[in-house]
Ligand binder design. Structure first.
Ligand code: FAD
Length: 434
């Protein structure tokens, strides 16, 4: 099998179960000729679509340019876990930025979760949204930490949605003895990510935004008071630009590129399981994530497939066989599925930052970006787009809360920019195994 280059939005997008079973979406083809707009959004994932919705709702003229297809980046390929909190736990954030700031960040995560839920409702997006995320300890010592963290959230953040789950109950819910105890967050959940992205695109269009697919932005110039955003066949003259390219940024905005590193993560979908088997491996139909550094995450699809994610690499290429990476992880969790048919295998590129918190920024006059959700972007990228829209509309307070979070840049080139960092990732991956 030919090695697939990751980090390109056209590579492997159509290999996923989400794509094979996804709802249709009609949008315009390549941008052709000149347009004027108040805002040009680059990137048709959650960040870009979310910004487009808020801006168009406020009456702005918005043009979205997507290199390949709506949702062809991480937004249409991910594990669908609608998480709570930030990628970093609150106790880490307290040490990093102090309690007051950590409280703001917690509130933003509540807002992010509520935003996705309200959009699904408002725009009637059929994306199989289900409640419940079970976090399970893959080492004995992680069990107590999870339970302590649930108590901390209740005490310090008045968040009572996380239930402690014993090891016996994990076995009863998941039908595996691999894990120790865990916690169940009832406000987190799972959804079909591509159908969410396509639903958001429909919503943006219904509010007046124009979306062009197959429209790769090659350059941005400043001409007088305007930005001119150029594709191979057209251009958009506008006042503001939203750069929403995340792991697929590829050097388009050097100021943003320095803060993130693209990494590839891999997923499979099994053949449909019969009903008794499916309910024996996920009785309550929740999202499951474990406490590994390179996390395993899984849930059941609408047609009772096990959608299982796990395994990553730090090069510009996908492995020759993604199944060969993910199947051993799946079978280690569920030995009863040894030999199960794998109908789909795919990968996607996400963007991580040094401290695993997203990077929001503002460059020159009117160029905004948000990136680096570090594998926690289903909720946060939706919020990211909304905060950029608020800033453009003259309400920058929440955007500024995120933008002032200190981030270190990655020295060196784009891929393997810092061999030490890659070595660090591999070291933690090794720790997962012992
Ligand atoms: C395999 C995988 C599993 C994941 N699982 C989860 C999960 O379970 N839960 C969770 O919370 N997060 C998860 N994530 C992360 C989450 O998917 C992302 O954080 C989120 O989708 C980021 O959205 P985005 O819109 O910022 O970026 P993307 O969805 O990546 O969108 C960027 C878009 O920009 C376009 N683009 C790039 N350059 C240009 C250009 N020059 N011109 C025009 N368009 C351009 C790309 O084609 C792409 O469509 C996962 C990610 C991956 C890859």
């Amino acid at each position: 099998m030919k090695r697939l280059a990751g980090c390109r939005s056209h590579v492997g997008f159509d290999h996923s179960w989400y794509y094979a079973s996804g709802q249709a979406l009609a949008v315009s083809g390549p941008l052709d000729g000149r347009r004027t707009a108040d805002v040009c959004v680059i990137g048709g994932g959650y960040t870009g679509l979310s910004a487009a919705i808020e801006l168009a709702r406020a009456g702005a003229k918005v043009v979205v340019l997507e290199r390949y297809r709506v949702g062809s980046g991480a937004s249409g390929r991910n594990g669908g876990v609608l998480g709570m909190g930030q990628r970093k736990d609150q106790d880490d954030l307290e040490s990093m930025v102090g309690l007051d700031w950590a409280r703001h960040l917690w509130q933003l995560s509540l807002d992010a979760n509520a935003l996705v839920r309200s959009r699904v409702k408002e725009f009637d997006i059929d994306c199989d949204l289900k409640d419940g995320e079970l976090t399970v300890a893959h080492k004995a010592r992680h069990e107590q930490s999870l339970w302590d963290y649930a108590a901390h959230l209740e005490k310090v953040y008045d968040y009572g949605e996380v239930a402690v789950v014993s090891r016996d109950e994990v076995v009863a819910q998941l039908g595996t003895h691999t894990y120790y105890g865990g916690t169940l967050d009832r406000r987190a959940g799972h959804l079909n990510p591509l159908n969410l992205a396509r639903g958001l695109a429909r919503a943006a269009i219904s509010l007046g935004a124009e979306i062009y697919e197959s429209s790769e932005v090659m350059a941005m110039d400043r001409v007088g008071p305007h930005h001119v955003v150029k594709t191979s066949a057209g251009e958009v003259r506008c006042e503001h630009v939203v750069v929403a390219c995340n792991g697929y940024l590829n050097g388009l905005l050097p100021a943003a590129d320095r803060y993130h590193m693209p990494i590839n993560n891999f997923m499979v979908a099994t053949e449909p399981l019969d009903e008794p088997l499916a309910s024996s491996i996920n009785r309550d139909d929740v999202a499951v994530v474990d406490t590994r550094f390179v996390v395993n995450y899984f849930h059941l699809s609408r047609d009772r497939r096990l959608i299982f994610g796990g395994g990553e690499n730090y090069t510009p290429y996908f492995p020759r066989s993604i199944e060969a990476v993910v199947r051993p992880r799946l079978e280690a969790v569920y030995p009863q599925l040894r030999g199960v048919g794998i109908d789909y295998e795919w990968g996607g590129t996400l963007s991580v930052t040094m401290n695993r918190m997203p990077k929001f920024g503002h460059v020159g006059q009117g160029i905004y970006y948000a990136e680096g959700y570090s594998g926690h972007g289903v909720a946060m990228a939706n919020l990211g787009g909304q905060l950029i829209a608020e800033a453009i509309l003259g309400r920058p307070e929440r955007f500024d809360q995120m933008a002032t979070l200190k981030q270190r840049t990655f020295p060196g080139g784009r891929w393997l920019r810092w061999p030490g960092l890659v070595a660090g990732m591999l070291f933690y991956t090794f720790l997962d195994r012992i």
